[in-house]
Write a protein that binds this ligand. Structure first.
Ligand code: C2E
Ligand code: MG
Ligand code: MG
Ligand code: MG
Length: 292
């Protein structure tokens, strides 16, 4: 927003804005080259089922390893990629890499691992996503059911009819669709029922509060039970503590993701995790609490 002001409002230009604009221009130039120079990489964060206690999938999260600067998180360059249209080739790169990687894991013996890929609103508007997905699945020989696309409410709100159509096409292909950051927008789950959503990801702002406020706890409980009645499964995002996990387990959330189990990991560390640590302690998931 600050950048828009800088562009449209010459009379309120300040030295500080000048620096910002320069930085922005530098970032933009760098991002153009990032793909060609192979500076983008995917990190992977496991998702753990609370039913089985097992890692059943991973979410691919992009990072930019910028020479001389370090690892840049997506929030610092995805908005710029969207503004400049670079999100189209970058998004395609993410999808291809993620699908190829999970296929390699299947071949290595992790047979049923799923991969989740974030897709932004602009990709849906500027690109035929179902067609892209069909091509990438064919090229990687990945079965559609192992691919999950994560969309946010803002994607659904931009152009609900077109998006709903694209989503139905994606369901026909056989991929899973999940609603990311649920609860941060303004829509109710019953409104969202018009979209073919398989998974609701409860935003980390709710999870942060489940053990510290009655409101946080009851909101999260009602999201879980509404999702269940709409035949959607639930994943809690940003689970950091034992207490949060306990709450989600008792309240029958289907799965968790968060620092408690693992941070997003670069490829080599994810490979290690898959070999060494693929489940929660058995007293930390439904299967054990059911026995008690
Ligand atoms: P998201 O899809 O909601 O991803 C979850 C974010 O929460 C990730 O941040 C993850 O590192 C962070 N996180 C996970 N567990 C915890 C936890 O226990 N505590 C806390 N405090 N944070 C946790 P990250 O990787 O910086 O990604 C930020 C956002 O950037 C993502 O939010 C997603 O919207 C976007 N993004 C990431 N990769 C891509 C991509 O390939 N394409 C597009 N279009 N967007 C992407
Ligand atoms: Mg996500
Ligand atoms: Mg999220
Ligand atoms: Mg997010």
């Amino acid at each position: 927003a600050a950048k828009d002001k800088g562009r449209n409002c010459a009379h309120c230009y300040t030295a500080e804005m000048g620096v910002q604009i320069e930085e922005q221009a530098d970032l933009e130039k760098g991002l153009h080259q990032a793909l060609l120079r192979k500076e983008l990489e995917l990190h992977y964060q496991p998702k753990v089922s609370l039913k089985s206690g097992q890692v059943y999938g991973v979410e691919a999260l992009i990072r930019w390893r910028r020479p001389g600067i370090g690892l840049i998180p997506p929030d610092s360059f995805i908005p710029l990629a969207e503004e400049t249209g670079l999100i189209i080739p970058i998004g395609e790169w993410v999808l291809r890499n993620a699908c190829a990687q999970v296929k390699a894991w299947h071949i290595a013996g992790y047979k049923d691992l799923t991969i989740a890929v974030n897709v932004s609103a602009l990709q849906f508007r500027q690109q035929n996503i179902p067609e892209l997905v069909r091509n990438v699945l064919a090229d990687s020989k990945l079965e559609p059911k192992y691919l999950e696309l994560e969309l946010t409410e803002s994607v659904l709100m931009q152009d609900p009819e077109t998006i709903a159509l694209a989503m139905r096409e994606l369901k026909e292909i056989g991929v899973r669709l999940s609603l990311d950051d649920f609860g941060t927008g303004y829509s109710s789950l019953s409104y969202l029922k018009q979209f073919p959503i398989d998974v609701v990801k409860i935003d980390q702002s709710f999870i942060r509060d489940v053990t510290s406020s009655i409101n946080g706890a009851s909101l999260t409980k009602s999201i879980i039970s509404m999702a269940e009645s709409l035949h959607m499964t639930t994943v809690a995002e940003g689970v950091e503590t034992e207490e949060q996990l306990g709450f989600l387990n008792i309240n029958r959330c289907d799965a968790i993701q968060g620092y408690y189990f693992s941070r997003p990991l670069p490829l080599n560390e994810m490979v290690k995790l898959l070999a060494e640590k693929t489940h929660l302690p058995s007293d930390r998931c439904h299967s054990e609490s059911a026995k008690r």
